[in-house]
Design a protein. Structure first.
Length: 65
């Protein structure tokens, strides 16, 4: 890390996104997305398992990358 970036980081310790995202938060977001998909008819019980896993992985990768 360059000296300038280090200085900025020290001056702004509470930058948005600097807090770790809990697994519970990821599950809550995934649940909300799944509920919306069910409400609009994009998710049926036959493909629930696969869809839930895909949504969870997508949310997880987005917040942990």
């Amino acid at each position: 890390m360059t000296a300038a970036k280090q200085k900025i980081k020290e001056e702004n310790p509470a930058e948005p996104g600097s807090r770790p995202v809990s697994d519970e938060a990821i599950l809550k977001v995934t649940k909300e997305v799944v509920v919306k998909f069910i409400e609009v008819g994009r998710l049926i019980p036959a493909n629930f398992d696969e869809t839930f896993k895909n949504i969870y992985k997508t949310v997880h990768d987005a917040v942990r990358s």
